[in-house]
Design a protein around this ligand. Structure first.
Ligand code: BGP
Length: 462
């Protein structure tokens, strides 16, 4: 029996500019921070990626064939403002072609303003997100986008996974050596600046674009307690505060999560805060919350007494006296050790809605896997299972009445994974290249392509 989704539900898929486009030095594109990072041994860089910069037309034809109702992509800051200040018309023209072709096909464009791609010139000039000047630079970039594309693009995402930007030193333009006590304070200050920037850009969007829908894309990893011990339950709740609510409370309430504030006080890493900025946040809240969901965590109480500043790390393994992440034998993992827990998506959706009462859009969800081409075909049943199990959770939440606007699988087409290169694939469409060999970059539809095409057509699956 088919579980039908509402006919307004936006089935979609996502990419991000630097992971899919290539064309790193084409069309006047400037240098982004990640272009500067040393090439990782055995892993491709982003210079060619999936060559979407040259094959966008063929790719969008395929997205149309797939039946996407919405396509989420980012507009490269350095393609449009190579030095972070001056506009490059060629950059705007590239995205004009993409937006027009999507709209022509009736595919709703969902644009991420900033997906990890930051102009290095702004780090050289004033230190990037460690300075409040970055708020103005980001607002100016958003202004260019809203003014130019606002007539055709209604859905916008402000910052993708701010949590990851601030906790990975390279993404802030800092060297690994700079991590440590000082880095912890910088992380909190940068986080605060990004929240101010988000509120300003939400305000601007509402002023410029009629009927706009704009929000952040966050990545909750909802914790489940390791046992029935109440201390583990408190530890898992605290983990959630420190992993995603510390950002969302500022976006949606203009307030610090009390647990987060105490955490910073104990470590002497509180940011400088202005009352009028908190008010700006409280008055300019998102229209919806974008949820990137891949994995959850299992959490126990930490017995450690001595607080240690952890320096860097997205996945905070242990915080003294607060929590520690533990293995959970009930939950299978991907080849890269990420927990596969579809129920975690329901937990995230229910929890986030209950806290903020805002509509939600799943902006990323997918399985990174090694795909094998067998006689010109890719039988990725593992990916189909993963996506079907997560869609089932969304359907259940919709049936309970939770407002979910749509679902963008990660990713529409194979692209370069941030840390693992081209061998960790996510797409519905295979790109013929590997980390080591560029090959012909031809596109092949995977079994999951035909499966998702049918899901979209039928608005569900049996
Ligand atoms: C999210 C990012 C994406 C994408 C995805 C998969 O954090 O927003 O850009 O990379 O994770 O992660 P990975 O490529 O590390 O497997």
């Amino acid at each position: 029996q088919i579980e039908r989704f509402p006919d307004t539900f936006l089935f979609g898929a996502s990419t991000s500019s630097f992971q899919v486009e290539g064309g790193q030095t084409s069309g006047g594109r400037g240098e982004a921070l990640h272009d500067r990072s040393p090439k990782k041994a055995g892993i491709t860089d982003f210079s060619t990626a999936s060559d979407h910069y040259h094959r966008w037309e063929e790719d969008i034809d395929l997205f149309h064939e797939l039946g996407l109702k919405v396509y989420r992509f980012s507009m490269s800051w350095t393609r449009i403002m190579p030095d972070g200040k001056n506009v490059n018309q060629e950059g705007l023209a590239f995205y004009d072609k993409i937006v027009d072709k999507l709209v022509g096909y009736g595919i709703e464009p969902l644009v991420t303003i900033y997906h990890f791609e930051y102009p290095s010139k702004l780090v050289d000039d004033f230190g990037g997100w460690l300075s409040p000047k970055s708020i103005d630079a980001y607002e100016e970039f958003a202004n260019v986008l809203f003014t130019h594309f606002g007539d055709r693009v209604k859905y916008w995402l402000t910052i993708n996974e701010q949590d990851h930007v601030i906790k990975i030193s390279e993404r802030l333009g800092l060297s690994k050596e700079s991590e440590g006590v000082e880095f912890e304070g910088q992380v909190q200050q940068a986080n605060y600046y990004m929240c101010v920037a988000t509120a300003k850009v939400i305000k601007l969007a509402h002023e410029i674009i009629p009927n706009v829908k704009i929000g952040p894309a966050v990545n909750p990893m909802p914790a489940i307690p390791a046992s029935a011990n109440p201390l583990d339950v408190i530890a898992s709740m605290t983990f959630n505060e420190l992993s995603h609510y510390y950002i969302l409370d500022l976006h949606c309430r203009g307030k610090f999560s009390p647990i987060h504030w105490k955490y910073m006080e104990d470590r002497d890493i509180c940011p400088e805060v202005k009352e009028e900025e908190l008010q700006l946040m409280a008055e300019n809240t998102p229209d919806f919350i974008g949820i990137n969901y891949y994995l959850n965590q299992t959490v126990a109480h930490s017995e450690k007494e001595k607080i240690e500043l952890r320096g860097q790390g997205v996945f905070m393994e242990e915080e003294a006296g607060i929590y520690k992440l533990v293995e959970n034998k009930e939950i299978p993992q991907t080849d890269w050790g990420w927990n596969i827990c579809p129920e975690g998506l329901s937990i995230a959706l229910m929890d986030v809605y209950n806290r903020y009462q805002l509509p939600m859009l799943i902006t990323e969800n997918g399985l990174g896997a090694y795909d094998e081409v067998v006689e010109g075909e890719i039988h990725d049943t593992y990916r189909i299972d993963f996506l079907a199990n997560h869609l089932k959770q969304i359907k259940d939440c919709l049936s309970l009445g939770f407002p979910i606007i749509g679902y963008c699988a990660w990713s529409a087409i194979d692209l370069v994974s941030g840390r693992e290169g081209m061998d960790k694939r996510y797409g519905f469409i295979y790109v013929n290249r590997t980390n080591d060999e560029l090959r012909d970059l031809n596109r092949i539809k995977k079994d999951s392509f035909y499966w998702y095409q049918n899901v979209i057509q039928e608005r569900g699956y049996s």
